[in-house]
Design a protein around this ligand. Sequence first.
Ligand SMILES: *Cc1c(COP(=O)(O)O)cnc(C)c1O
Length: 434
Amino acid sequence: MHFYSTKHQSPNVDLQTAVMRGLPPDNGLYMPEKIRPFTPDFFERIKNMSFPEMSFELAHTLLEGTIEKADLQRIVEEAVNFDAPVVELGDNYYCLELFHGPSAAFKDFGARFMAKLMGHFVQNSQQKLYILVATSGDTGGAVAQGFLGTPGIEVIILYPSQKISDLQEKQLTTLGQNITALEIQGTFDDCQKLVKTAFLDEEVRSQLNISSANSINLARLIPQAFYYIYAYSQLMDKGKEVVMCVPSGNFGNLTAGLIAKQMGLPVHHFVAANNANDVFTNYHQTGSFQPRPSVKTYSNAMDVGNPSNFQRIMDLYDNDVMAVKQDMAAYSFSDETTLAAIKEVYAKYNYVVCPHTAVGYLGIQQYFEKHGSDALGVFLGTAHPAKFLDIVNPALNIEVDIPKNLQKLIAREKVAHLMTTEYGAFKDFLLQLV
Ligand SMILES: *Cc1c(COP(=O)(O)O)cnc(C)c1O
């Protein structure tokens, strides 16, 4: 099995090349040549499987022939080492809690799997590998934790100055060891552009062995399909249709769900939920995709004006907006509505959601309003509310409990290099590393 670029202007590659290179040279995104379906008995068999076991089955189905089965099994077991429970709120609302990993956000799944997979690929290499990551908030923390202490790998994280929460900043800037943070005086899109430019810069590439760790990397995408299957397995006994709402920014999470659906996961409908950064919602309504600079919202990990994975969704659906509409709805919500939703979920269900998860809840609510509420509405709990205390505490007039792994970071000291959005400065920084 090989992987092609969504732009079809560069050669197909094997798994190692796709994962280590991150981006194909034609600036497209890698996709698996063939999305193999599960065997018909798969959904019968997963009833008796653990989360890591069904994750391995999915990974093996998708990646068969690209990596030794025993290696893949070990990588999946090391990566999927925390739970993702589906919690029932009431009135057919369910939250799939994806925040029980080390950085308390769903990106831990992708980051851990990618770190283990890359660690496997570099284990016999003499050359150091540099991972370049642009983060709008949560990616950096998850990637930093995933790669911390991995031999032969250095991680360089770019984040938009003053546009992420204090706790998110601590997660990227306090670990030390093989993790370096660059504080960029711009937006997430600026950070992403710097990384993309470096990948297309022959001078940088000839001197440094670089790879990416954003949701554009295939190794991030694949493990994000695992928990859709697991969520479904927790609900299948109820014998009802399942609708899944994904609070979306760069659309990696939703793309992974769509891949799981193509493999046979019987999700009735997906809902893409956006904040004020609504280019996908607009595309859904008009059929025209118009990227825009991002605007700052409470759900800052979704503040993306030009979602990279749109290319992959177009690839999965042959650029056909009618086909996209058949599988998913798309809605956008303002900060005011999001804040009201945080309060509503707490008042009605005694449950605390982060601003991103609140946007997911709103997506299910809107879906129920339009299509009736007979289905089970699962919204993805993408981060622990304690990562957004400045929003959640005053909204609810409570003190949200902080998970232990986050508590430890608060006392640590931030270390970051402040930088402008000018590519020259970033390039100089990279070249002085060798
Ligand atoms: C990254 C992130 C999102 C958006 O996920 P995408 O895959 O970029 O669409 C949503 N919520 C949280 C908490 C995140 O960290």
